[in-house]
Design a protein around this ligand. Sequence first.
Ligand code: TMP
Ligand code: ASP
Length: 247
Amino acid sequence: MTDSSVRNAQKLYEGKAKIIYATDDPEILVTYFKDDATAFNAQKKGQIANKGAINCKVTTHLYGLLTEKGVETHLIETTSDREMRVKRVDIVPLEVVVRNIAAGSLCKQTGIALGTRLEESLVEFYYKNDDLGDPLLTRDRIAAMKLTSPDMLDQLTEKAQTVNAVLTEFFARCGITLVDFKLEFGTDKDGTLLLADEISPDTCRLWNAAEPDEKKRVMDKDRFRQDLGDVAAGYQAVLDRILSQMS
Ligand code: TMP
Ligand code: ASP
């Protein structure tokens, strides 16, 4: 049972990794981080011990760092091990993926070798639509679908690049290579664009910089996707390194 269900809060939405609850204030929601893990559009399902608590803490710390650097997020306050109070936002229906090093679908779709450092980081937009399998979009397709404006795409790109610069530098200090990651954004009641959702080992590829072995270096959800074992230990190691760097 979750902290929020004890309070009989109204569940608004249950996703693959989080539950969203209503609060007395319509502009404030509660996000509850679950241990459930899915991959390949939920074809693979499992649990990662303590993942919810780890991802809640990792997101809290990274959001704090980004806020200090001028990137606004939806986080108001982290209220328990697995819960945060967040501003209600209208989510932009795009997953914004930033890539520094080739991995995952980029390798599959282009043939670029795993681990190739990209001369320029890529910022890509995927359609948030499980029924369609979150397809990669182009600016022209986004316009044709009337998903959002070119100006919004420019803002998303600029914010994603700022997040990349801040997180790449921070993770490097943790001895971790930020390979790629996914962001989500939303607009609040005043129309301000805020970073939303989470930033965690579920949504980033993170490699132990000191480990040359292709499998051993993985500290993120690829341990689950690829059945590499020690999934929870990878997540915990990311949190431990973040905490020791922040203190
Ligand atoms: P990809 O290589 O599978 O396209 O993933 C790129 C990055 O986005 C990687 O860090 C994992 C993250 N990601 C998510 O957070 N959610 C998703 O549903 C997918 C497909 C990827
Ligand atoms: N989160 C996505 C899913 O379950 C995909 C992934 O992270 O690989 O379906």
